[in-house]
Structures are given as C-alpha cells and as structure tokens.
Design a protein around this ligand. Sequence first.
Ligand code: MV4
Length: 455
Amino acid sequence: MFGRVLIANRGEIAQRIIRACRELGVETVAVYSEADADALYLRQADETICIGPAAGGASYLNIPAIISAAEVGDVEAIHPGYGFLAENAHFAEVCNECRIHFIGPDPKTIAAVGNKANARALAIEADVPVVPGSDGPVADEDQASRVARETGYPVIIKASSGGGGRGMRVAHNEPSLINGFHAARSEALAAFGDDTVYIEHFVENPRHIEVQILGDRDGHVIHLGERDCSVQRRHQKLIEEAPSHAINAEQRLELGAAAVRMARAAGYHNAGTVEFLLDPGGAFYFIEVNARIQVEHTVTELVTGVDLIQQQLLLASGESLGFAQEDVVTRGHAIECRINAEDPTKNFQPSPGLVETFVAPGGPGVRVDSHCYGGYRIPPNYDSMIGKLLVHRNTRPEAIRTMLRALGEFVIEGPATTIPIHRNVLAHTDFVRATHDTGFMERYFSQPGSLGVGS
Ligand code: MV4
C-alpha cells in the first residue's frame, strides 16, 4: 500500500478520501485553492499545500500546480476524486510519466471510454445491448438522415466527447434532425473542441440505472450491483438509491453481467460505473462508462458493506481483488439525497455564503458525508453540493421514512438548500411506488417558485 497520497480535489470527496486513507494507515496531502483556506478537509489531512487562486482552472484543474504539490509533498499516488481532473486521460498520463500512481483506470481506458462513440463500438463488440443507432460517428447531413430513417424517429444526436447532457439534440422528424445535427456539432466543438457526433434512437421516459464495477490487474472484474439515479434535474442527480426497484432478479443478473463484459472490453482497472437506460418495457441499453468514483458510490457502500475508496487505493497500489463476485451480497435499501446550497423556489439558483448553523442528523441508519460546519462560508466558485445525506434500512419504505425523519432533523441556517424539495419528492406517489423515470422532476417540480405540484 502507498505510504502517502495527494488528493487533487476539495469538499466532501476530499474528506471522504482522507477517511479511507487514515483507516489504511496512508498519510494524506490535501491541496486547496485560496477560496478553500478554511475548509474542514484541510484540518483532517496530514499536510496541506495551496495550489493557486479560487478559479478551478488556476487550482484544481491546474496540472503543473498539482504535480508540483505532489513532488513537494513527496507522495506515491494521486487520488483525483470526481469532477476536475478525474477523467482527464492526459493528466493520468502525466502522473505516470512523473512516476506517480494515478488512482483510477489507465490513461488508455479513460480515453477509450471518454469517447462515447468509441465506447458504443466497444459495447457492441462485447455483446452489450446498445440503443439502435449509427455504427460510429455520423459525418454529414445525408448520413444523419439515412441513419435516423433506419433507426426510426425520435432520435438523439450525441457528441462523442460529450457528457452531462451537453452537445445533445433530440429530433422527431427530418427537418429537426438537420437542425439538431448542426446544433449538436457546433455546441460540441465549442464545449469539447471536437465536433464528432453519433445518433441513437431516443428512448422515451427511461430510467437511469448504473452498475458499479471493480477491476484489478490480474484479470478479475466484478460488479457491486446497480444504483437507480432516475431523480435528476437538468442532468444533475438529486436522489440515488440501491438497489433499483424497477428491475427484477433476472434483469439484475443480466445487467451485472453486461457491465462486467463492458469493463473487460475496455481493459478497465480500478473502480468505474457502467450506465444504462431502462426503457418502460424493461429492456436495458448501455449508454456510457464513467471512469471515476462517483458522488453516489456511497449507496453501493451501504448495501454491499464495501469501502469503495479503500478498494480504489488497494487496486491502484497493485493488489488483486480480495473477494469474488459470489462474495458480494447486498443487504437492505440505501437512499442518498444530495444537499445542495441552491434555492429550489428560485429555479435552483446557487445560494453560497455563510452557513450560520449546521446541525447534521444522526441516529439509526443515517450517514452524513459533508464538509460543512457552522461558521463555514460556501465559496461561490465551485459546485453547490454541500453534503450527502444517506440512509440504510432493511426495506425501501423504511428507508424513505428514515430519510424523511433525517431531513426533518437537518438544520442548515444561512444558505437556501435542496432539503425542502427532497421532502416533497420522497412524499410523491410516483417516487413512493418507484414508478418514476428521468422525466419525473421536469413533470412535477419545474414550476418556477414552487416546490412541486401535489402528489
Ligand atoms: C439518451 C436518452 C434517450 N435515448 N439516449 C442524458 C445524458 C447522457 N448521459 C445520456 N442521456 C440520455 N441519453 C437515448 N438513446 C435520454 C438521456 C437523458 C437522460 C438519461 C439519464 C438520466 C437523465 C436523462 C435526462 C434527459 C435525457
């Protein structure tokens, strides 16, 4: 195992990684921007190094500054967390060239799955179901309309380098296809410097289901079951849960096996996620691979009892997986609510500033992963997530009740938060019956100024 690790991130995930390192006896070097000098994770690390001004590009995305900190801090490895440099193949390569272990998949794998058209080709090769669509990138209008006619409308045009919903257009007919094709291309070029796009049939009212995988360097790849992340708003997840109540035992086995085939095809080492869409008829289709630890990894930790950050450290240091697929058993039901400093009555506008009071809930079945404390000032420079509230109970209805109890206990004074919206979502009949899909938030919780229509 490594003696010393640098954490190239901030906030709750920096704290989460420090906790895993401490339990493994690994020393930590935390980096921070000038805006994060008062952050809690800095008090929990063994050493801290300022890497630059508040702007992400000048600090947490600044590769020379982070590599310099790694040299000064004398670390053997860097954990990138999520966001920032986590899926940057170039950064992973630079780490390797500097003889620093990158805690994540190999640069080649990051690049191979980071290109979505390429990931789709890998999936087809590995006999993983994909949505009907183009064989690879679509070069021009004529090819686009041919593919769309064969695939059947509606179709979705996606940027190969895309992610998080950027560079995507839905088309219901040929004129909107031609428009959407050019719009997606120019948006992709501006956002990613790559105008390559591909086309898929547009699955209406899907659920978002993803599978956690782990892979070592001895050829072992296992999955740790699925998460249902269908409660999203504008491609931002709000609530995640494990297991999904939208699939049965047979579908669960198929989904897990498909995720493992995909990870193998990508030469995947370390922790990753294979994302699928589940259509209303119960068919699932691969959409993308996330080559990082995700925010919602925690629900999988609760139901499997596996510490995923510790696994990332063990796998990156060259150890083989210490358990096999048949050793993975899930118990009960876990739910995570993302607590964001946003005002749900003002179109989820960010609400940074002073946290006057912060009293986290506790008691049976409750976990809070947060870097917040009373007196903390939330900087306006980064994403607005200020914590994750999780519950783990024997059944989904009990988990919902515990979550409502915990949300009621949570006291955050100062910024507006997403707590009120969570209480309404958890009380909504579609959520309670687990019949909701990815359109749920848009359908019921998009009225400006309101916290949602009644259930
Ligand atoms: C789709 C889709 C429907 N059909 N692909 C959105 C972000 C990116 N990860 C893929 N996304 C989608 N791809 C096909 N062929 C619908 C979405 C989508 C979505 C997916 C998961 C969760 C929320 C979503 C919200 C809108 C659109």
